[in-house]
Design a binder for this molecule. Structure first.
Ligand SMILES: Cc1cc2nc3c(=O)[nH]c(=O)nc-3n(C[C@H](O)[C@H](O)[C@H](O)COP(=O)(O)OP(=O)(O)OC[C@H]3O[C@@H](n4cnc5c(N)ncnc54)[C@H](O)[C@@H]3O)c2cc1C
Length: 379
């Protein structure tokens, strides 16, 4: 951190905790686990034991009680080693945030008790036919006696294979469009819940993504969070709040790509000198630093607005767009600096290049972010 965004002592010690953990437990194995395509269970368990899956859950419910700014600092720090590890916990923590914001006291107690048992969760909004157009959700929740019966399929769900509980957005009244969407707590062990095989992706292979199908899944009425009309609003709030966190993750990864590029440019010799002596290489390095410093300003501007409860829909989208595109550009230039070696699997930079493609799509594509920004400008 530099300039405007000084960390408090508490934030510094949490960031150090993440840094030490990531450097000791994750860094030495990243490429090996990347080949396997998943984190070992034991390594996930370590993060749960440290409470990372409850970062934003209030302390009175057993969580770490962190605000968005501090959460983003931890996510950024984690991404300086590997970006999907802390993000996996953030998905669960964000789910906890929805329940804390929109649930009643019993639901808060119940949901936090699941997380305290070490459960991970997943947020199920996207469907095969409803991505950017999230109001087009076709999954239904039909009230029958003392239960809702859920039917439908959810696509690209992060943590799906690891989660024990899902937050599911489903339509209780398709004739009302987005106003007929509601959010439900659905435990994975309920009959009719099926998680597909992991979806194989070329980027962020260490992040678990799968499809979840709900076939006549019965859940009690008290598993509806908030009201039958507020599911879409809940989802939009979560997405706004999580965009700066996705940006923070990209910001951490930008720094890793920059550091790898700086180091390699000092070591690689061409025409009798390290390539960092060449001005065309220096230009790339300087541009990386410009993007990183600008991205940092945007990320923490958005998180601070969120923490102050101020409107920040456009700012969250701006931070998400700028930082995820900066990550992609920096990773691309870093590969260029590595030359042919940048394409080889045994070099971490090739993983970063592949990973950098993902964040421009998740949490609302960057086209949708621009729609949001323009809408705010034209209001
Ligand atoms: C790795 C990964 C993890 C994910 N995790 C989750 C998760 O945990 N939970 C969850 O619910 N979802 C998750 N998603 C889904 C993600 O949010 C969607 O993929 C994303 O919103 C885009 O939807 P789509 O893939 O259906 O693309 P589409 O909506 O079909 O879009 C296709 C293209 O059309 C463009 N487009 C669409 N509408 C417009 C418009 N109005 N103006 C301009 N351009 C437009 C898009 O920008 C895109 O370029 C994840 C996705 C990925 C890849």
């Amino acid at each position: 951190m530099s300039g405007l965004f000084n960390q408090t002592e508490d934030q510094q010690s949490l960031v150090e905790l993440v840094r030490d953990f990531m450097n000791k437990e994750i860094k030495p194995h990243v490429l090996e686990w990347e080949k396997e395509g998943h984190y070992p269970r034991e390594v996930i368990r370590q993060g749960i034991e440290m409470g990372f899956h409850m970062m934003q859950v209030p302390e009175e419910y057993g969580g770490m009680g962190l605000d968005t700014t501090t959460t983003s600092m931890l996510i950024e720090e984690g991404a300086k080693v590997e970006s999907t590890y802390m993000s996996m916990f953030n998905v669960t923590s964000m789910g906890g945030k929805i329940v804390m914001a929109a649930g009643n006291e019993e639901q808060k107690q119940y949901y936090s008790s699941l997380l305290q048992k070490g459960y991970l969760s997943a947020f199920c909004l996207t469907e095969p036919g409803a991505g950017s157009d999230s109001a087009a959700v076709r999954t239904t929740a039909v009230r029958k006696g003392d239960a809702y019966v859920i039917n439908g399929a959810k696509m690209f769900i992060t943590n799906a294979s690891l989660a024990s509980v899902f937050l599911v957005v489903a339509s209780v009244d398709p004739s009302k469009g987005s106003r007929g969407l509601a959010t439900f707590i659905v435990e994975k062990d309920r009959p009719g819940v099926q998680v597909s095989k992991k979806i194989e992706k070329f980027g962020m292979r260490l992040s678990n993504t799968a499809e979840v199908v709900f076939e006549d899944v019965k859940i009690p009425l008290d598993h509806l969070i908030g009201t039958e009309e507020t599911g879409f609003a809940n989802a939009m709030k979560v997405l706004t709040a999580s965009r700066p966190i996705v940006a923070a993750s990209s910001l951490g990864a930008c720094q890793l790509a920059r550091d790898l590029a700086v180091q390699y440019s000092k070591e690689r010799v061409a025409f009798g000198k390290p390539i960092c002596a060449k001005q065309m290489i220096q230009e790339k390095l300087a541009n990386m630093e410009i993007l990183i410093q600008a991205a940092r300003g945007l990320v923490y501007n958005a998180t601070m607005l969120l923490d102050q409860g101020k409107p920040c829909t456009a700012e969250a989208s701006i931070a998400k767009c700028f930082t995820t595109e900066a990550y992609w550009k920096i990773a691309d230039d870093a590969v260029q600096i590595f030359g042919g070696y940048g394409l080889c699997d045994e070099y971490l930079i090739s993983k970063l290049y592949r990973d950098s493609r993902v964040n421009r799509i998740v949490e609302g594509t960057n086209e949708i972010q621009r729609v949001i920004i323009a809408k705010a400008m034209l209001r």
